[in-house]
Design a protein around this ligand. Sequence first.
Ligand code: ATP
Ligand code: MG
Length: 403
Amino acid sequence: MDRPTQETVLIRYGEIGLKGKNRALFENRLMANLRATARDGSLAAIRKTRGRILADIAPCADREEVLARLVRTFGVVSISPARVVSLEDDTIAQVATEVTREALQKLPPSAPSTFKVEARRANKDYPRTSPQINAWLGTEILESIPEARVDVHEPAVRIGVEIRSDSAYVLGRTIPGPGGLPVGSAGRGLLLMSGGIDSPVAAWQIMKRGLEIEAIHFHTPPFTGPRARRKVEELVEALAPWGVGITLHLCHFTETAVALREKCPRRLHLTIMRRLMFRQASALARELDIPVLVTGESLGQVASQTLENLVATDEAASVPVLRPLIGFDKQEIMDRARKIGTYDISIQPHEDCCSVFVPSDPKTTPALEDVLRAEALLPERFLGDTAPPVQTIAFGPDGLRRE
Ligand code: ATP
Ligand code: MG
């Protein structure tokens, strides 16, 4: 009885409270992002069905690779590879048995060979009820796989069976996704990206809430070398698959940093440098029609992140600043950086302009009026609010440069 069955992927999503127009926006964005993360031609078809998405992987694509990509798309709660079969008893039973066998084989040796069938009957004309389907298929599977046992409470393997009007879906494993909202569904933000541990994590956290990001990095050649710049590019490459592609703007900051060092009181260099970055980043954001900045700051973490310094830097921004890590501990940030694959890049020892140009004893509680007075010592052209010239590099969802 070798009936051909078709393979698809069932994608579950959903934030409680998503309704009406928002729901349609969410779903359309998620489908576009899934298509982009799966990459060129990997999906033969993608469609919405009853609050879920079905994606057919193209026969020529590497199935496991595409599954791994789909499951790291923000907005996805979980995915299950599914076999689509005709509504004939023999076929359903045969495929459910095969899927159970495969899932049991993938278990670690210590896990018990227990399973449970979980049927859903969307097609009410189908002659069996859901509990009857569970009992029927459970018996069929036990007959074919003698070592298997049913455990309805904590099975090692759950086999989903969905009965629809013209076919049945048999689902094996369920792979958890990151949840959150599809990138782009919440708008756009400009990330201030250093080569450190925090800003890539800030990017990840805020992309998870649906913000699409572009990044700006201030570099100070020759004081910071090509390796430092390359490190920032590598961080963006690592983040790009999560962000369905990310555009990086490199801003030449040497002249500004040198002027700061020559004209302003030493202990305020850090605060003023951050104000200059915020001012230029705000100007670029406005030019790009991006409504917010995003930083990797966390309250009290270092001298530049005392409440007084945050207040003093905020004052120079002309668009609102989001700080997704404001309440995170360093350890939490490092753990997250390891999980998302940016930690090993961030700890490479290349200097950032902050470490080259700022003193080791910056003022931690500067008064805003002192900062404003000191900053006014700089020539006017460093304080303007026109967007700085930048070199722009776009990275695709595959992490590669787009020419
Ligand atoms: P990170 O690990 O992200 O570098 P940090 O703990 O080193 O953070 P700071 O150096 O004070 O902290 O930087 C705080 C934030 O300022 C960074 O998270 C980033 O958003 C921004 N920032 C710092 N340096 C740069 C830079 N050279 N270009 C762009 N943004 C920067
Ligand atoms: Mg830093």
